[in-house]
Design a protein around this ligand. Structure first.
Ligand code: PRP
Ligand code: ZN
Length: 292
């Protein structure tokens, strides 16, 4: 019997493709690309990767063809908007952040959701848009397209659009401005609501735990410094997202200590300046490779 392997579906191309592969590598999995470019096998774990169109990933995962998937929350939510769909979000992955927004030509006078009443709004996310409009008590016509919705207003196919906005470049290039946010999105790990084979499930659990470690360590830094003992309360206050720091004696010094802390949030230059002002010296900020 061939050993069982976990199958993960990731985006073949597009905004999440490269980062999905990076995440898997950062979790310690060594990838071998298949001849076709459409699949990878993991050398050091029973895992196979399939590269698929993002819109197909939820279906494959829900049907149990793939065990896990990496998709934008927007893709997952659009599918879930109608009700249960056999899928659940396991964890957010911290990349591919964007929002689903309603946008209209710059000349449009927007005074809240009520201004959308009676408009035609083009989108590839009809369920999410309809849900948003219903919740806002607005009646508008949802024009479902397969792509290139940003050109709909210029072609007078619609008065407004509802589409993903990341950098905002697409809206700007088309003379559109974002009016309202329908959904905040980022890449998420999804799995089917049905139970997996116990062996496969164990592999999935281990992968999820490694992913959590990678995501948690992305912004995290190990910060070290020397400081007057009297400055400890102030320094603990300044360190972003650190629990109780480790305090160590300095040889031959009674008034000063070494302080080490894991900061869970980004450490900015401003933070370092504040630490210096508080009396810290020899401040070092180190990346954290793994965290569990
Ligand atoms: C989205 C969206 C816009 C663009 C917005 O498409 O439809 O075209 O990205 O990004 P920007 O604000 O950085 O310009 P995407 O490339 O994700 O492809 P898809 O939605 O067709 O899969
Ligand atoms: Zn797509």
């Amino acid at each position: 019997m061939t050993p069982k392997r976990l199958h993960i579906a990731i985006q073949k191309s597009g905004r999440l493709a490269e980062r999905s592969l990076e995440l898997i590598r950062a979790a310690g999995y060594r990838l071998n690309r298949s001849a076709s470019d459409l699949a990878y096998s993991v050398e050091n774990a029973p895992i196979d990767l399939w590269c698929l169109r993002d819109d197909d990933i939820p279906t494959f995962v829900a049907d149990g063809v793939a065990d896990l998937g990496v998709v934008g929350r927007n893709v997952l939510a659009e599918r879930t908007a109608g009700g249960s769909n056999g899928l659940r979000e396991v964890m957010p992955l911290g990349f591919g952040r964007c929002r689903l927004a309603i946008a209209a030509p710059q000349s449009f006078a927007y005074r809240g959701p009520g201004s959308l009443q009676g408009l035609r709004i083009a989108t590839t996310y009809p369920n999410l848009l309809q849900q948003y409009l219903s919740e806002a008590g607005v009646e508008a016509r949802v024009v479902t397209m397969r792509g290139a919705v940003e050109v709909a207003p210029r072609l007078t196919l619609a008065d407004a659009i509802c589409d993903l906005v990341s950098t905002g470049a697409t809206l700007e290039a088309n003379g559109l401005v974002a009016l309202a946010t329908v959904l905040e999105s980022e890449a998420v790990l999804v799995r089917s609501t049905r139970s997996l084979d116990p062996d496969i499930d164990a592999v999935a659990e281990s992968l999820t735990s490694r992913f959590r470690g990678v995501v948690a360590s992305q912004d995290a830094k190990y910060v070290m410094m020397n400081a007057p003992r009297s400055a400890l309360p102030r320094i603990t206050e300044i360190l972003p997202g650190a629990g109780a720091p480790t305090v160590m004696a300095l040889a031959g010094r009674d008034d000063a200590v070494a302080v080490h802390a894991v900061c869970q949030e980004s450490v900015f230059w401003e933070t370092l300046e504040a630490l210096k002002e508080a009396g810290a010296s020899a401040i070092l900020v180190l990346p954290i490779e793994k965290m569990m």
